[in-house]
Design a protein around this ligand. Structure first.
Ligand code: 0L1
Ligand code: MG
Length: 262
């Protein structure tokens, strides 16, 4: 992007494009295949796109972390994780349902989620991050890129809220239990399709929370009490289809699931 005026024009235009596409479950063409957008531009578009949702009455409820597995970071040539913003309309009730038609080409991944009891901001240690956690829960994230064929550049996916489109939370548990390496499965209609561990998240999910505290504060939006932090996919994502029941089962933490409504 060239001049300050052009930056703000393009931020507004791409934010509207992505927000409309998400609202209408419609795919759009990539707009940065020539790599003109910086990561700062991309986060500005994401922020402006989420601001449109908040202006329609949605509430901000937390943060999602993306590309949190070292393998995926290396594959994408990244030196840091990415993040997105969670809003109230993205939450699906545990055991409830979500309309397939709400998405373009949805996939799902098993995660662990945190809810915070106090503000967490800046460069914090793992123990400091843990002290701010009220509870942990097994979770599912629906990722649904608004770009055609789920293809995007790094700035494009950041602008598109890191593909975040929905989330389900299981029952909250005491964070004192050791959640650093819990086995988990992702199932579709009761059939296990992915097996993994919470250790896939940067070696320990708390590292993802530490990164969330750093990145959110740098963006001027420190993690707030009551906010949810989705720590990242613990296995590769799976495509979902209408009529399926999607569930995660996690050692010690239990399960969470939802129906994909036709
Ligand atoms: O949550 C994630 O780790 C995925 C981030 C966005 C990339 C994708 O849509 O696959
Ligand atoms: Mg995820």
């Amino acid at each position: 992007m060239s001049s300050p005026m052009a930056v703000s024009d393009q931020v507004t235009r791409y934010a509207a494009l992505l927000d409309d596409a998400a609202r209408e479950a419609r795919e759009v063409a990539q707009f940065d295949t020539d790599n003109r957008l910086s990561l700062d531009d991309a986060y500005a578009i994401q922020s402006a796109s989420i601001a449109r949702r908040l202006a329609r009455g949605e509430r901000r409820v937390g943060v999602k972390m993306g590309f949190t597995s070292r393998a995926k970071m290396l594959q994408m040539g990244l030196s840091d994780v990415i993040w997105g913003r969670l809003t109230s309309d993205m939450q699906i009730e545990e055991g409830g349902s979500s309309l397939f038609s709400r998405y373009v080409h949805p996939r799902v991944e098993p995660e662990i989620a945190f809810v915070l009891k106090r503000e967490l901001a800046g460069d914090v240690t793992g123990p400091e991050a843990l002290a701010a956690v009220e509870a942990v829960a097994p979770a599912l994230e629906i990722i649904d890129s608004r770009y055609r064929d789920f293809k995007f550049t790094l700035p494009e996916v950041i602008a598109d809220n890191a593909s975040s489109s929905g989330f389900v939370l299981g029952a909250w548990r005491d964070p004192k239990l050791d959640f650093g390496n819990l086995g988990l499965t992702l199932s579709l209609d009761g059939r296990v399709v992915q097996v993994g561990s919470t250790a896939a998240l940067l070696g320990h999910p708390l590292r993802s929370l530490v990164a969330a505290a750093r990145l959110s504060a740098a963006a001027g939006e420190p993690l707030q009490p009551g906010w949810i932090v989705m720590a990242g996919g613990a296995t590769p994502a799976e495509w979902i289809r209408p009529g399926q029941y999607v569930s995660v089962d996690m050692e010690q933490l239990g399960s969470a699931g939802f129906h994909v409504k036709v």
